[in-house]
Design a protein around this ligand. Structure first.
Ligand SMILES: [Zn+2]
Length: 319
């Protein structure tokens, strides 16, 4: 079975669109045999002020340029007509049809699935971006056949997706898995949510910068601190040791509640894995309820930098 999916990832500051071929052979177990191939991809940054109309306009443009990359002698329009379905990931909260809430703009209750079905004439599937990454990890990545796992993205913010018994766990109001707002430091850094000491405020990219600035007086991006740590600079190394420690304790608390088989980390900060993983592992092992959680594996995403686009691509094939 083969399907061509138009995958759209709407991020907080940029949008990606790509055409992804999803295929599976008939002999494999249910859900275990999907493969993906990204045929084309196009991306652009998004303006700070976003409206429903601007988002639709950007999707139109990026879908056309993703189609143009593989069109050959056909037109973009003909290429888009070969699409079987559209998958869209959004920041914030979505139900099956409607983008209910966006954290960074005034968008609320935007019936985006309907608007895109009119645009492309194909079924449209939408999902929160981190939940979509978790679904993709389960179908294509490190969690094939794993029924219970946590997916955590650590970049400019921290978001989580929880898969329990093979399905995304959503919670009473759809906001389950908000690991970014676990309280990890009393009177700590101010978080965007209004609280102090949230995991996101302490351990996402800006939190890493703030901690390093407290040690050195110098404010530089987390990616640069990682480079300095790799070069052996003591303050940078200390910053990532502390990152691992705080993350390790938060993940141990999460594991003690949920008893997952695996915890998967993705997002830009996860690229500095070798710098923070040793203290993360050490703190995690110390803080878990051992009898329940000593087999929990903590791993990097197997989807690499393409996790976001693959998250959108799997939505039409996930049940
Ligand atoms: Zn918070």
């Amino acid at each position: 079975m083969k399907k061509k999916i138009l995958a759209i990832d709407i991020g907080g500051s940029k949008m990606l669109a790509g055409i992804v071929e999803m295929s599976r052979d008939g002999n494999t177990e249910e859900g275990a045999g999907w493969k993906s191939m990204i045929l084309s991809a196009a991306g652009e940054s998004l303006p700070a002020e976003m409206t429903e109309e601007k988002i639709l306009e950007k999707i139109r443009t990026l879908a056309a340029s993703a189609a143009a990359q593989i069109a050959g002698t056909a037109s973009e329009k003909e290429t888009l007509q070969e699409i079987d379905a559209v998958g869209v990931t959004i920041p914030g909260l979505a139900d099956e049809r409607v983008w209910i809430y966006a954290p960074f703009s005034g968008i609320q209750n935007f019936p985006i699935a309907e608007a895109l079905e009119q645009e492309f004439g194909r079924p449209v599937f939408i999902e929160n971006d981190v939940n979509a990454c978790a679904i993709a990890e389960g179908l294509l990545g490190a969690c094939r056949g794993v029924r219970d796992f946590i997916w955590l993205t650590i970049s400019n913010g921290i978001g989580g997706g929880v898969v329990l018994d093979g399905r995304i766990y959503r919670g009473a109001k759809g906001f389950s898995g908000e690991f970014g707002h676990l309280c990890v430091a009393e009177d700590g850094e101010l978080c965007g949510c209004g609280k102090r000491g949230c995991l996101e405020a302490e351990c996402a990219g800006p939190g890493i910068s703030r901690f390093y600035a407290r040690l050195t007086g110098e404010k530089i991006p987390a990616s640069e601190i990682a480079e300095r740590a790799e070069a052996g600079e003591p303050a940078a190394l200390e910053t990532f040791r502390r990152e691992g420690k705080v993350l390790g304790r938060a993940l141990a608390n999460a594991a003690n509640i949920l008893n997952p088989a695996r915890i998967i980390l993705g997002g830009g900060v996860a690229r500095a894995w070798d710098l923070f993983y040793p203290t993360l592992e050490e703190t995690f092992r110390k803080d878990i309820f051992r009898r329940a959680n000593e087999d929990v594996l903590i791993e990097r995403t197997a989807l690499g930098y393409e996790a976001a686009l693959l998250g959108a691509a799997v939505l039409p094939i996930a049940d």
